[in-house]
Design a protein around this ligand. Structure first.
Ligand code: GUN
Ligand code: ZN
Length: 436
């Protein structure tokens, strides 16, 4: 029975997507004076205040967020929680950055107490920037995965994560073996996959740090557990691409290495995808694999510029992502800011509505989680955020003068960051409230 005790209601501007704005003229709904109704952690309705107010059970409390905008929580499709403490570490490109900072930092996650501490800080930070779901790399240590899921489960968050597999071209202290990597990954799948809101991602770091034996076993796991995720890096940096060519001389392309081992499939998410060719993009689309597009990371390391236009021509699934710690911000708003400029440098154009789509429903589709998260559709889990167009003096001044929803969202993306996130809700529970 519906009583006011299990129902919450929120009055605000509501933005939600039904389709990709690049391919549909009726991709979104915007309710300027809207009402979001949540019951038992799920979205019950989202629509006009005037139409829905009378459907509320008597005495339902209505939280008044008028002047603010509610959207689905952001989804970050590629992020490394162990790299939190080394964000903004200088190095001339990907491979030296991995050697100098990444590997030594990841070493400390052999200690479960250290891993637990970083996981707590990391999740606090995600909530502060309005990211309610992320596809997360842990380290080679299984205890880093246990620490992460223990922390995310205690908060009731929907998170996807996995143990890095790497058995060559890395320091001894981070090296597993093909067999041990597969065994530990399978144990973690048994322990965490589909337990509550936790889901597992098979995580070979990237082709250069796995032997062919490890790639074989990772591919076999991906086939044995088709509803798990698979995450890795591909075609990020030109030096890395040349290295892969030397290591796998028989592969047609870098992506083809993964294809050879059966890793292209729904729920496979490939970080970066900068130096793909047309055939690669067609394979991504055909296999329903997704690209995680990481503009702040790509600019920071000088890796290259993602080609949104070619990805769209091929019909690839894609989602925006931070790639912290090579990414320079946890904020999906700051990620949109840089994505916009990357698109401009490639001669294309990303409207703000598209960028919000690629951080919500588009990301959920890339993860095959639409119908669960990513929009305010009835029945979805109630993961949503409250955006404040007046978060800073400059934003207040700019957004007072915007003349369309597109202009408003654009200002939030270009000028916004954690300060814009007034509140974050996960499964209907408030998990962050900004200090005002
Ligand atoms: N390629 C392999 N490992 C990594 C990593 O940790 N970060 C980035 N950006 N690229 C990688
Ligand atoms: Zn990465």
């Amino acid at each position: 029975m519906q009583t006011s005790s299990n129902v919450q209601a929120y009055r605000a501007g509501l933005l939600t997507f039904h389709a990709d704005p690049a391919f549909s003229e009726r991709a979104h709904s915007w309710y300027e004076d809207g009402l979001l109704i949540v019951a038992d952690g799920k979205i019950q309705a989202a629509g006009d205040w005037d139409k829905l107010r009378d459907t509320l059970p008597p005495d339902t409390p209505v939280t008044d967020y008028r002047g603010k905008i509610i959207t689905a929580g952001f989804i970050d499709a590629h992020i490394h929680y162990p790299q939190t403490d080394m964000i903004a570490s200088p190095a001339p490109g990907l491979l030296p950055w991995l050697e100098q900072y990444t590997f030594p930092t990841e070493r400390a996650f052999a200690d479960p107490a250290h891993a637990a501490g970083v996981a707590e800080f990391f999740l606090d930070e995600l909530m502060r920037v309005g990211t309610t779901t992320a596809l997360v790399y842990c380290t080679v240590h299984p205890q880093s995965v246990d620490a992460f899921f223990t922390a995310s489960e205690a908060r009731g968050l929907r998170m996807i994560a996995g143990k890095v597999m790497m058995d060559r071209h890395c320091p001894d202290f981070l090296c597993d073996t093909a067999e041990r990597g597969a065994l530990e990954s399978e144990e973690l799948i048994g322990r965490w996959h589909n337990r509550g809101r936790s889901q597992y991602a098979i995580t070979p770091r990237f082709a250069p740090t796995s032997t062919e034996a490890q790639m074989e076993l990772a591919g076999a796991l991906a086939r044995k557990y088709p509803d798990t995720y698979l995450q890795t890096h591909v075609s990020e940096n030109e030096d890395e691409c040349r290295w892969v060519q030397q290591l796998y001389p028989n592969a047609r392309s870098y992506l083809d290495v993964y294809d050879h081992y059966g890793m292209l499939r729904p729920r496979a998410v490939f970080g970066h995808c900068i130096w793909l060719d047309g055939e690669d993009r067609a394979r991504m689309a055909e296999t329903k694999s997704a690209a995680a597009v990481c503009p702040t990371s790509n600019l920071f390391l000088g890796s290259g510029l993602f080609d949104f236009e070619e990805a769209d021509k091929a019909g690839m699934l894609m989602a925006l992502a931070t790639d912290v710690g090579a990414g320079t911000s946890f904020s999906m708003l700051q990620t949109m800011n840089e994505a916009y400029k990357v698109a401009r440098l490639k001669g294309s154009y990303l409207p703000a509505l598209r960028m919000f789509y690629l951080s919500t429903l588009g990301a959920a589709r890339s993860l095959h989680l639409d119908g669960t998260i990513g929009s305010l559709a009835a029945g979805n889990e109630a993961d949503f955020i409250v955006l404040d167009p007046q978060a800073t003096p400059l934003l207040a001044r700019r957004t007072a003068r915007t003349e369309s929803l597109e202009e408003m969202l654009f200002a939030l993306a270009l000028l916004g960051d954690d300060r814009v996130i007034a509140a974050t809700y996960s499964a209907g529970k408030r998990v962050h409230q900004r200090e005002s």
